[in-house]
Design a protein around this ligand. Structure first.
Ligand SMILES: [Zn+2]
Length: 493
């Protein structure tokens, strides 16, 4: 993978370097914005990681960078996400920040979906500011751009009609005031009172109401808000997924609005592709194909999450393989770090054999020939945690281990032929407690050759008796990790 590592050990991928070069001198404001209408999944994380990589590339050039996660908390609820009660129909068109949490554990609907994502960002030690759009409106950050937008209603409508090829309604307004019912959608703005930073509007029943746009009593429509936000926050770079950058899409309208109405230069851009989950399709909250960032942090360290989500090039579509292909990914990731590491499949074997006993794991690793990796107990405990979680959640059946009970072993031995049984008895007599994985492997192999037993049949006898299956992890290190008594008990039946 093309990349370089800076002084602080942060990896800067080649594509991010090229984007940083094209952005030039700062100060820079990097934004990534995500809806909080449902689960914020690992696919959404790709957007934040693209932005982070560019922010890091700029910081590394000595640029001043403000890195923002803009959570669209004031947006109206537009559809009921999977798992949300039908009764939430009554909140349709209300701000997500003003709707109760469907599970009652957070202050709002928005916060229920934002909080776990924010926790994941913090677990990844990301240097990012999380801003909630309803608070930005309430604090007056968007007051000036809202005034400008309302004053240029006709130009904005013209751009929307031009670009999207759709006729906008006569009473269209860039501003959505909140009615006393809590609804933002379907209001008709009648009058702008700029000195009072407010609008007078007809609510859904035709009654006149007023809303102050300096106090968060409404919001800009989302296409206008995108351009307005660039100006209000001084944005210089924002990544977009392909749904936004298609022809007539939200970046097409925002680009023109930014130049022609807000007189603000269009920020630098990077178009990223979707990621999918191998065998399940593109991630999508509305279709229920959801993998949460926290699910990933259960099975790998934060920098491996960055690596797997970004892939080699985020401009390309990519399917994450958390099943059979995952051990290879982890080994590649560890190898790139240049530190000594234990192959992931071996860690999985160790984790399933010793449970949470780090001392036993260290002993098993030493005997398997991974002396160095057994020394740092904190790191080992973390690695075992990842391996154990992966084995439980994602590992193919063939990698899930459970040492047979002596009773099961007896039943399994009965399925072997006399040659295989005799082989196990001889091996059992030759094993010594001090042998490491290599030495045990040697005994297993040479004993088979010596007795004229094909190695395949010999090893299959070993796996059948110990694991109740016909194949398994490399037998030498696995057996070396068990106690000699456990092995003899099963081999000498
Ligand atoms: Zn909650």
């Amino acid at each position: 993978m093309e990349h370089h590592v800076n002084e602080t050990g942060i990896r800067i991928p080649g594509w991010a370097d090229r984007v940083a070069d094209s952005l030039g001198a700062g100060p820079h404001v990097i934004v990534s914005g995500i809806s909080v209408s449902g689960n914020i999944h690992a696919g959404n994380l790709r957007e934040v990681l693209v932005a982070e990589a560019v922010a890091n590339a700029l910081r590394q050039r000595g640029e001043e960078v403000r890195f923002i996660f803009h959570a669209d908390t004031i947006d109206p609820l537009r559809k009921i996400a999977p798992g949300i009660p039908e009764s939430y129909e009554e909140y349709m068109g209300h701000s997500l920040s003003h709707i109760p949490d469907p599970q009652g554990c957070h202050v709002s609907y928005a916060e229920h979906f934002l909080a776990p994502f924010e926790e994941a960002l913090s677990a990844m030690e990301m240097d990012i500011e999380v801003l909630r759009s309803h608070e930005l409106y309430e604090r007056g950050v968007y007051t000036e751009v809202t005034r400008e937008a309302i004053e240029h209603t006709n130009e904005l409508r013209g751009i929307l009609q031009d670009v999207t090829n759709r006729k906008m309604p006569e009473h269209w307004s860039p501003y959505l005031p909140r009615a006393s019912s809590g609804k933002l959608t379907g209001m008709r703005v009648l009058e702008h009172l700029p000195e009072q930073t407010s609008v007078v509007f007809a609510d859904e029943d035709g009654f006149e109401e007023a809303a102050s746009y300096s106090k968060g009593e409404g919001k800009l429509g989302w296409r206008v808000e995108l351009a307005a936000r660039w100006k209000a926050l001084g944005v210089t770079f924002e990544p977009f997924g392909k749904d936004h950058t298609s022809r007539g899409g939200s970046t097409d309208t925002a680009d023109r609005m930014s130049r022609e109405v807000f007189h603000y230069p269009v920020p630098g851009r990077y178009e990223y592709e979707w990621i999918g989950l191998k065998g399940r399709g593109d991630m999508s909250s509305s279709r229920g194909i959801v993998l949460l960032p926290n699910d990933l942090l259960e099975i790998m360290p934060p920098n491996a999450v960055r690596r797997i989500i970004l892939g080699r090039d985020p401009a390309r579509r990519f399917d994450i393989d958390l099943e059979g292909g995952f051990p290879h990914f982890m080994d590649e990731y560890r190898a790139e770090s240049g530190e000594p590491y234990v192959p992931f499949t071996h860690l999985v074997t160790v984790a399933q054999t010793v449970g949470e006993d780090t001392d036993a794991a260290a002993q098993m690793l030493r005997r398997g020939g991974y002396e160095e990796a057994s020394r740092d107990r904190d790191k080992l405990a973390r690695d075992l945690y990842y391996a154990r979680n992966w084995a439980e959640e994602w590992a193919p059946e063939s990698m899930r281990l459970g040492l047979t009970t002596p009773l099961e072993a007896m039943a399994n031995v009965a399925q072997l032929d006399e040659e295989q049984r005799e082989y196990l008895r001889v091996v059992s007599g030759r094993l010594r407690a001090e042998m490491d994985g290599e030495a045990v492997q040697d005994v297993l192999y040479s004993t088979a050759i010596e007795r004229g037993l094909k190695p395949k049949r010999a090893f299959s006898a070993v796996y059948r008796v110990l694991l109740g299956q016909t194949s398994g992890p490399k037998a030498g290190p696995f057996i070396a990790g068990l106690s000699l008594d456990q092995v003899r008990e099963r081999f000498s039946l």
